[in-house]
Design a protein around this ligand. Structure first.
Ligand SMILES: Nc1ncnc2c1ncn2[C@@H]1O[C@H](COP(=O)(O)OP(=O)(O)O)[C@@H](O)[C@H]1O
Ligand SMILES: [Mg+2]
Length: 461
């Protein structure tokens, strides 16, 4: 009924009796109701369109977790039609489990009612659809409150994160691959040095063995003459013809010929030197093994000074002809970290420092604690970095080095490793004067054990 028509009727009912007035009031009421009804319908239509246009899945329940409404995306992900789902308890339609254990996840409605606030789902939640299909989801649930503050229901918003998870996995895989590439490049660079390092002791041990072989054959010749002396003496004692005196002269001659005194004096040093050489090779191999350990991402308590020292030991060959190394290790606590990865950072920084020095220079290593942070500074007197390039050095594949010398991955990977440790990697550089890289590692009190500062020993030989 239009309001014009209503006026017409009102005109007709001019009777000013009580009934007339009541009718008039009713008519006004109906008019108001009609207007409100139209308004509510428009509101509802608008709400419903909004709900359907949301890219995320939405399910609305009452305070008992009974489904009242779900949008198209929610129907798609759960595999339930809205008309079938309405009136059912949420857990029947919205089936969620932890992906690793497959244990059911607590209903978000229960959680919201208990915690009286917006809640998010735990990571690694899988939604199992009506047909049994599974997809990883992210979600949050919020209380719907009446004007009085009482919770009258819960609105649940969730989305399929299969794509995001895949991208994350790929990124993780790529990162692991980059790490491995960098490590391989580093190991490649070191291999030549290590080969040289091993070659040296192997060389003198081999030469010592040759000498020892000659000595042994000389000594056997001597033993043989003593056997002849034994035979001659026995024969003489038994009254047969034997001339031990002649053999004695022979023995003296042999002793002189083989340089017996010098030989006897030489034996012990030769053996000791050979043992040292083998020990040296063993040490190098042990370091190499420690350095290329596969458990590089396992976290454990470690002494950063020890990490730096053992890494320095590894790259010593790269540096020794170019740089004088000044070491200054402060008293620092052990921290929970991934020592294998940090070794990689130190190796990158030390090798970079060595490569930055064209001819001769020095490299400084300093560790200290300040503001609950462990600092490892590695500075060099090398070529420095142009100010406009400083911002680029942490980019993957940014390198100013020749092919085969640089991959451009070292610093970007080191940066990533630092971030993983909630730390920072800082740089200060002056062209033609040198560069300082500073590794900053936060000390978290709960994970710290204070170790006595180990004596600073020079491990290089
Ligand atoms: N100590 C340093 N002194 C001067 N330049 C450096 C130093 N460390 C790194 N750089 C610059 O940063 C670049 C990137 O380093 P990095 O990521 O380790 O890759 P790469 O050493 O393989 O080139 C180097 O090519 C070099 O130009
Ligand atoms: Mg490098």
């Amino acid at each position: 009924m239009t309001s014009g028509k209503m006026d017409e009727i009102m005109g007709l009912i001019e009777a000013k009796d009580e009934l007339g007035q009541i009718t008039h009031s009713f008519t006004l009421l109906i008019q108001r109701l009609q207007e409100e009804c139209a308004h509510t319908q428009a509101n509802e239509a608008w709400l419903s369109t909004t709900l359907r246009s949301i890219g995320d899945a939405v399910i609305v329940t009452d305070d008992q977790g009974i489904i009242m409404l779900m949008n198209d995306v929610a129907q798609l992900l759960t595999g339930w039609k809205e008309e079938d789902a309405r009136g059912k308890v949420l857990s029947e339609v919205f089936r969620i489990v932890f992906d690793a254990t497959r244990h059911p996840v607590e209903s978000p409605v229960t959680k919201v009612m208990r915690e009286d606030t917006v809640v998010g789902l735990a990571d690694h939640t899988l939604l199992i659809s009506k047909s049994g299909a599974e997809c990883p989801i992210d979600d949050s649930a919020a209380p719907i409150r009446e004007r009085t503050g009482k919770i009258s229901g819960v609105v649940l918003v969730f989305r399929d994160v299969t794509e995001r998870k895949r991208a994350e996995d790929e990124q993780q895989h790529l990162r692991a691959q980059l790490l491995q590439n960098d490590k391989m490049a580093g190991v490649g660079q070191l291999a030549a040095g290590v080969a040289h390092e091993i070659n040296n002791p192997i060389g003198f041990v081999r030469s010592n063995l040759n000498t020892l072989q000659e000595y042994v054959s000389d000594l056997f010749a001597l033993i043989k003459s003593y056997e002849r002396l034994e035979a001659a003496t026995t024969a003489k004692l038994e009254g047969q013809s034997g001339q031990p005196e002649v053999v004695l002269v022979e023995i003296a001659n042999i002793k002189q010929k083989i340089g017996y005194d010098a030989l006897a004096a030489d034996l012990d040093p030769l053996l000791t030197e050979s043992k040292d050489g083998i020990e040296r090779v063993r040490e190098i191999v042990k370091n190499l093994k420690e350095f290329s350990r596969v458990d590089q991402s396992t976290h454990k308590h470690a002494d950063i000074n020890h990490c730096v020292k053992s890494t320095l030991h590894m790259v010593w060959n790269e540096l020794k002809y170019k740089a004088e190394i000044n070491e200054d290790y402060g008293a620092i606590p052990e921290i929970l970290c991934s020592p294998g990865e940090l070794n990689q950072v130190f190796m990158n920084l030390l090798v970079n420092a060595g490569q930055a020095i064209a001819d001769k220079g020095s490299i400084g290593i300093r560790t200290f604690v300040k503001d609950k942070t462990i600092f490892v500074e590695i500075s060099d007197t090398g070529c420095g970095i142009l100010p406009q390039n400083v911002a680029r050095i942490f980019e993957p594949f940014y390198t100013t080095k020749d092919v085969g010398k640089g991959t451009g991955l070292g610093l970007s990977i080191s940066y990533g490793i630092e971030q993983k440790h909630k730390g920072r990697l800082e740089v200060e550089s002056t062209v033609d004067h040198g560069t300082t890289f500073r590794v900053c590692l936060p000390i978290e009190e709960s994970t710290v054990t204070y170790a006595a500062c180990p004596a600073v020993e020079s491990e290089q030989t």
